[in-house]
Design a protein around this ligand. Structure first.
Ligand code: GAR
Length: 207
């Protein structure tokens, strides 16, 4: 049984999708905690209602990133994670934090990486005239929104799309892709060679 710890900052819809898939697909894993850097994160209530341990490490209580990350790491380690899942966790993590969880920490980012790292990805894709958009699940490295790609999902950018309509289209696909990618990870179905991640039995990583 692998322990999964999930970090959120807000709504937590990807966390919900992972919690539900873990239960209904009987993964060899359990969600041991959901941790937020915002006390008001809506996702905390969902986790509590499901009987999952929750914790808050409020970034506003810390004067710098290093002390915040040190406390976050202490709390995360307390739940003994085999896999650490960032699900809409909107804090930049220090290299010191990342090193402690390298190879077992994953993130979902709402763009086709390496395009559009950072914020406002959907607005920027529309403004650039992109005809496709999407999202990426990747291992977390010290470089923001970079790291070996586990899965990607692609959607069209339609004429008249707004940031809201495009992000809703992408989010629906994130809810399919992210649980699948985390299941692969906890089931030891991923291999990495020269920074490239492949599924051991060739399941499509384009979701
Ligand atoms: C998701 O769209 C996720 O891709 C994005 O935040 C949203 C969180 O939604 N993550 C990032 O932008 C990370 N750089 P959720 O809280 O409902 O899962």
């Amino acid at each position: 049984m692998k322990n999964i710890v999930i970090l959120i900052s807000g709504r937590g819809s990807n966390m919900e999708a992972i919690v539900q898939a873990c239960a209904t697909e009987a993964w060899p894993a359990r969600i041991t905690a959901v941790i937020s850097n915002r006390p008001g994160a809506a996702g905390l209530q969902f986790a509590q209602a499901r009987g999952i341990a929750t914790a808050v490490v409020d970034h506003k209580s810390f004067s710098d990133r290093d002390t915040f990350d040190a406390e976050l790491a202490r709390v995360v380690h307390g739940f003994a994670p085999d896999v650490l899942v960032l699900a809409g966790f909107m804090r930049i993590l220090t290299a010191g934090f990342v090193k402690q969880f390298e190879g077992r920490m994953v993130n979902v980012h709402p763009s086709l990486l390496p395009a559009f790292t950072g914020l406002h990805t959907h607005r920027r894709a529309i403004e650039a005239g992109c005809k496709t958009a999407g999202a990426t699940v990747h291992f977390v490295t010290a470089e923001l929104d970079h790291g070996p790609i586990i899965a990607q999902t692609v959607v069209p950018v339609l004429p008249g799309d707004s940031e809201a309509t495009l992000s809703a289209r992408v989010l629906a696909r994130e809810h399919l892709m992210y649980p699948r990618a985390v299941r692969w990870l906890v089931s030891d179905l991923l291999r990495m060679e020269h920074g490239v991640v492949t599924h051991v039995s060739g399941e499509s990583q384009l979701v």
